[in-house]
Design a protein around this ligand. Sequence first.
Ligand code: SAM
Length: 281
Amino acid sequence: MNLTSAPQIRTLLAAHGLHPKKRLGQNFLIDRNVLDRIVDATGAGQGVNVLEIGPGLGVVTRELAERGARVVCVETDRELEPVLKDVLAESNVEIVIEDFLKLDLHEFFQSRSGGKWVVAGNLPYYITSPIIAKLIEAKANVSAIVMMVQREVAQRLQAAPGTEDFGALSVFVQYHCGIQSVMRVSKNVFFPIPDVDSEVVKLTILETPRVSVQNEQLFFKIVRASFGKRRKTLLNALSSDDNVGWNKDQARAALEKAGIDAGRRGETLSLEEFAGISDAG
Ligand code: SAM
């Protein structure tokens, strides 16, 4: 069965009495070129472990397995299980039916030995951030994440300080990962056609974070506080945040020690400058 053919997907769904579920972001990929580029970006081959989140009808899954990778896929929609079993009948793929956000990732990796995992995912866009956060939390077991994301999210991930798209998500992901745009993807390569254009990005987990900080928790509290109140100066943002817990004098002293003008706004700061404030605190 050609899973990049819309008519064949329609037939497959009809044979199982199914319709794409909008609430689960079920827009299935129907483009051979995009499929190849995603699978190429994972580096799938013999000896590579791939965890795929949201396999849908198995279009990416089957290709990953055909390249020789060990593949485990996690799909939340139980109704897709028979389809996946059908499509992947000849492939050596483990199918896990569960909401990825509820999956115990620690247990998942512990019970499947064999080194690090590459993650592949084309998921509903409203859960992109929690999924990335969950994977980065488990980064000891993850080498890279190849993900289809909404174009705007791809811009935020890659944004530089001082630009409109630069925010707490940019800092969080840039701190932990190298970020590469694999390709831009038109909404027309999905069935049914979604509302937004997409981009495939590859996040490669860095061996050591991009900047060194003495207290990672404080670093991220400062980042969140700085972006939480975008119109405030750094001095006001950092001295009015319960999580950071600094009064005006403490915030002023930390900024001065780090050599940062207290009147600047958070979105203009580089990761090194955030690290400087954090280490001065
Ligand atoms: N990978 C397939 C493709 O490219 O055609 C399907 C992509 S479709 C955009 C998203 C898939 O993620 C759907 O199959 C959906 O049921 C599944 N999904 C949605 N939320 C999920 C979650 N929390 N955990 C696991 N899978 C999820």
